[in-house]
Ligand binder design. Structure first.
Ligand SMILES: Cc1cc2nc3c(=O)[nH]c(=O)nc-3n(C[C@H](O)[C@H](O)[C@H](O)COP(=O)(O)OP(=O)(O)OC[C@H]3O[C@@H](n4cnc5c(N)ncnc54)[C@H](O)[C@@H]3O)c2cc1C
Length: 424
């Protein structure tokens, strides 16, 4: 969301981040390069096409042939949503005015030369670039685990293949089988998602006659998002099936062994697991690291006024790669940032009015069919910092109707946003 603001008002002292990028008169069509076509990058391309289609030359760099919206993948695991309901093609998006899709992986952004370097060495020059590569996984963050081990103990956190592997493994868990989930430390993509995943796994197991399975969550955190709501929901819907243990109880993960499907903690050993879902620590996507856009947090510091990188000129960062705490890393946050970035680019490249940035994020988590709990936040820039100005979280005393309405809103949001971005 971005409210229009006249240049005169700006000179009164607002939206300083946007002012740092002066408008430039250009003869040729200004070029915008976007790296990554997920909820951040594809939403930005769509936003630019609808607001200024054809007036900007937008190059969207994405190596994958289509998008798999893993923000909805837990519902597929739960057997509630169909697998093909989370897959989207880029054809419609690429047909919009002014958008060129380049099917390639970006190696890095060369901010000094204002070019995106592709892995094959091609340089794509730009006047402004937007970085939206999502996250990378830290394969060294769990002892004994790594890229090869993820073929036995999948993360299911990025990419279609890993999610489908996790789904197949869940289908094969025998009744009475043991599932272990290792959630990541903060900051991570969609903080409540590992716990929604546990809920949806339990739902599917029960619905398919495997109610004697056990899901043990060995957390890296002492508390987690929507904790009271999940603990109450698990007791209500899946009594005895889900056990959550913080590090103060399990005393840390000492090692996982994919060969024997064992997880060893300081307190005990879980042997012969039927499924181990390792969700490791995360950073911004590799291309952001390679481009020098990240700091010691592993994510990209940005000016909250316009999501401009504080480390590189003419580069904006959006989605999970950006460090915008207290805003969570969510699809709805990424889409909301895309509106601010689009307005900043139009201002920079087309001389449009600058904007006062405002953002929002909503994370839905399904506990069971028709019972969704939500956290919502609205964010504004105060004293040059991203600030939560309004928040809402579901309550233990919600009526069943309210929870049902939340679940309907979750469906409606997903249809609306994917329709708007991918035209499906
Ligand atoms: C299990 C799960 C549940 C979730 N639930 C929710 C939820 O309920 N609500 C919610 O709002 N969010 C949810 N999320 C989070 C949501 O999916 C992310 O926050 C969102 O996808 C972030 O968008 P993004 O554009 O930053 O990254 P992504 O959507 O991951 O897109 C990044 C894109 O960049 C591309 N890319 C990467 N590297 C390069 C490169 N070098 N060159 C070119 N392209 C590149 C990738 O192929 C990808 O298409 C969930 C996530 C998971 C995993």
């Amino acid at each position: 969301m971005a409210a229009a603001l006249s240049r005169r008002a700006l000179l009164g002292g607002l939206a300083l981040g946007a002012l740092a990028m002066p408008a430039v008169a250009r003869a040729a069509t200004p070029r915008v390069a976007i790296v990554g076509a997920g909820f951040g990058g594809a939403a930005l391309a769509s936003e630019l096409a609808s607001g200024s289609g054809g007036v900007l030359d937008v190059v969207l760099v994405e190596p994958e042939p289509g998008y798999v919206a893993l923000c909805r993948s837990n519902l597929v695991l739960g057997g509630i949503a169909a697998a093909d309901s989370i897959r989207f093609g880029y054809d419609e998006l690429a047909r919009r005015a002014g958008i060129r899709l380049v099917r390639a992986r970006a190696a890095r952004i060369d901010a000094d030369r204002r070019a995106v370097r592709l892995e094959d060495g091609t340089a794509l020059p730009y006047d402004a670039a937007a970085m939206a590569p999502g996250i990378a996984l830290d394969y060294a963050s769990v002892p004994g685990w790594g890229r090869a081990a993820s073929e036995r103990m999948p993360h299911g956190w990025i990419g279609r293949a890993q999610f489908e592997l996790l789904d197949r493994q869940l289908a094969a868990v025998p009744d009475g089988g043991l599932i272990v989930i290792l959630p990541p430390p903060d900051p991570s993509r969609c903080p409540p998602a590992p716990y929604e995943r546990a809920s949806m796994m339990a739902h599917r197991l029960r619905a398919t006659g495997r109610g004697d399975c056990r899901i043990v969550i060995l957390d890296s955190k002492e508390r987690f998002a929507k904790m009271a709501l999940f603990l109450e929901g698990w007791e209500r819907y899946y009594p005895g099936m889900i056990e959550w243990l913080p590090p103060s109880i399990h005393e840390g993960i000492e090692e996982v062994d994919p060969a024997t499907m064992t997880v060893r903690t300081g307190f005990g050993v879980y042997r012969n697991c039927a499924l181990v879902n390792v969700i490791p620590a995360q950073t911004a996507g590799i291309v952001a690291l390679e481009s020098g856009l990240t700091d010691q947090t592993g994510f990209c510091p940005v000016r909250p006024e316009d999501m401009g990188s504080v480390l590189a000129r003419d580069v904006l960062v959006l989605g999970d790669a950006a460090q915008v705490s207290p805003m969570p890393k969510s699809a709805s946050a990424a889409a909301s940032q895309s509106a601010v970035v689009a307005a900043a680019l139009r201002s920079r490249l087309l001389g449009a009015d600058l904007v006062i940035a405002s953002y929002s994020s909503t994370c839905w988590s399904l506990l069971a069919p028709g019972d969704s709990v939500t956290t919502t936040g609205d964010y504004a820039v105060e004293m040059a910092r991203m600030t939560e100005v309004r928040s809402y979280i579901s309550s233990l005393t919600d009526t069943p109707l309210l929870r049902h309405n939340n679940a309907d809103d979750y469906d409606a949001w997903f249809s609306e946003i994917t329709g708007r971005i991918f035209s499906q």
